[in-house]
Design a protein around this ligand. Structure first.
Ligand code: NG1
Ligand code: ZN
Length: 548
């Protein structure tokens, strides 16, 4: 396609999706995310970029998801999905940022430059899958995305309202038909089908109760569970709350992020003592569990707990299959509770890798293992299996001794139930429920596997969060000068203290995390570190901390 035909890129921009804001916007941990009214031109331009990316990948399908995940309703966002269902390759984030910020007048020439820079063959076909969450601003943004795709003569396919992980799954299936069928139904068939097959092999026993309450965060995940519920043949007795009706607001005082950060139960959910509740986030890629005890005390089961639960069960299956030469490890971030890391190393005797925040980092590190389990403490995670691991397990399921065969055939279903492309609240829910069922476990015994260290997370407003630079998987801060020394002094005053700070990739804040041996001490340490950030990193306002 000669550059002259890119005139249409400008025409669409000017007529339909003009850039009407000068606010600089950056492709961060989760793509572009900000107030929805600042995003239309950005999403249109990402439609252009998705087509270029598809052509660079020889016409393989690229995904575009319109969502701001756990953020409140006024926000929205867009992120690109690479052909294997993974997050956009990191080196393209800068290109995305450049394209999003140029003026409408420079859009055509910048597009031409990018096409040259990445060496895209514009004569190839290009395919882009577009999905969106339930926000009222999403349809308009999805239309802008489709226009971007059309402007560069790509083919958009709209999936309507889907969870983020469903779209990742569909992109992967479209490019690799062995993985599954690239539709929402194909997703249910594979993942829910595998869960039902596991239930057939594992009758309910012991303390496991198939009743599960779910907080849907008034987002898309709960809606999809409502569809799935009808096909579960009673294997799971789902009670769904916060499905978006009754005036419930997306992620407001509910959902996985609220539950994890505030360590308190969501509104809108009926509570029965010791009843397991799964709390999803707005776009269905995060899940945490919790229950209230008979004194109404919150007992959280976060991403670290899900990771350790899955890991211990997979390790047992591997042993029974006699396939322990497959190596297995867990990937966490600095936000993982210290007690979980200790439990993995000392009790599960598995290796742990610690990486920077952001699923793309966890995902890549997990691929280094035959079986890599990765979870952020906030409940975003999954399991990835190497081709060798899959082949080995399938072979044992067919040719092994009877005991091995039994374990391996459970394992095969476990693999099918996993959305390996990205953390997926629904797939994780079925994985966790399967393990609880296999182990005949109730939530209190799951929680008794180790005792969390008390922790507190805070956020601090500063003039420019980019002043904070970190190293050692974000556990040490190298800028501004003196901040790390100050943090070290504060931490040293607390028994079992640990604290770190980093700039958020999704919000204009610096995040503070602290752990200590009591809740009071963790709260105190977090507040002290926040004060240090305020003093040394250009805090704005009189208070160092914003409410979560
Ligand atoms: P930021 O805002 O960079 O901390 C948050 C989460 C990440 C990840 C992204 C994407 C925490 C502390 N951070 O990122 O883990 O999930 O959002 O949604 O939970
Ligand atoms: Zn999310």
């Amino acid at each position: 396609m000669p550059p002259s035909s890119l005139r249409v890129v400008y025409a669409f921009a000017r007529e339909m999706h003009p850039k009407n804001s000068d606010v600089f916007i950056q492709y961060g941990t989760a793509g572009f995310r900000t107030k929805a009214n600042l995003l239309e031109h950005v999403v249109y331009r990402m439609g252009l970029l998705a087509v270029i990316r598809s052509r660079v990948k020889n016409g393989r399908t690229i995904g575009m998801m319109i969502t701001a995940s756990h953020n409140l309703e006024p926000d929205n966002g867009v992120k690109l999905i690479d052909p294997d269902g993974e997050m956009l390759e990191e080196s393209w984030e800068e290109i995305a940022t450049r394209l999003a910020n140029v003026s409408d007048n420079d859009l055509e020439s910048t597009t031409v430059e990018i096409i040259k820079q990445v060496n895209a063959d514009m004569s190839l076909k290009a395919s882009v899958f577009i999905g969106m969450d339930t926000r009222y601003t999403s349809p308009r943004l999805a239309a802008a995305a489709a226009n971007g795709v059309i402007a560069l003569k790509g083919t958009p396919k709209e999936f309507g309202i889907v969870t983020t992980p469903m779209l990742h799954f569909c992109v992967k299936c479209r490019n690799d038909n062995k993985y599954g069928t690239p539709t929402e139904e194909g997703y249910y068939e594979k993942i829910v089908g595998a869960f039902k097959a596991i239930c057939q092999k594992l009758p309910v026993s012991g303390d496991y109760n198939p009743t599960l309450y779910v907080d849907g965060a008034n987002g898309v995940g709960g809606k999809k569970l409502n569809i799935i519920k009808k096909s579960l043949d009673g294997e799971l007795d789902l009670h769904l709350f916060n499905l978006g009706g009754n005036g419930g607001k997306l992620n407001l005082n509910c959902g996985a992020d609220f539950v994890k950060v505030s360590q308190s139960p969501p509104v809108g959910v009926e509570h029965v003592p010791f009843q397991r509740v799964a709390s999803l986030d707005g776009d269905g890629d995060r899940i945490v569990y919790y229950y209230l005890d008979d004194e109404n005390k919150m007992n959280l089961l976060d991403g670290d707990r899900i990771a350790t639960l899955l890991a211990s069960y997979i390790a047992e299956l591997l042993k029974t299959c006699d396939a322990t030469d497959l190596n297995m490890g867990i990937v966490q971030t600095a936000y993982a509770n210290g007690a979980s890391t200790q439990y993995i190393i000392e009790q599960l005797k598995l290796p742990v890798t610690c990486v920077k925040t952001g699923v793309k980092h966890l995902h890549h590190a997990a691929l280094a293992y035959d079986i890599g389990i990765y979870f952020e403490a906030n409940g975003h995670g999954t399991v990835v299996y190497s081709e060798t691991a899959k082949k080995t397990i399938r072979k044992i399921a067919e040719e092994g001794e009877p005991e091995q065969r039994k374990a391996a055939s459970l394992f095969v279903k476990f693999i099918d139930m996993t959305n390996e492309t990205v953390g997926d609240a629904l797939s994780d829910l079925f994985l966790a429920e399967s393990v609880l069922r296999a182990r005949a476990l109730a939530a209190p015994r799951w929680r008794a596997l180790y005792a969390d260290r008390p922790a507190r997370q805070l956020k601090c407003p500063v003039q420019d969060r980019n002043i904070i630079k970190t190293t050692d998987a974000e556990r040490k801060c190298t800028s501004p000068e003196g901040l790390q020394t100050r943090i070290d002094e504060l931490v040293a005053r607390h028994t079992n203290g640990r604290a770190f700070v980093r700039a958020s990739g999704t919000e204009d804040v610096v995040r503070v995390y602290a752990e200590a041996d009591t809740t009071q001490a963790a709260d105190k340490l977090a507040a002290e570190v926040a004060q240090a950030v305020h003093d040394l990193a250009g805090g704005v306002g009189d208070r160092p901390v914003l409410p979560e």
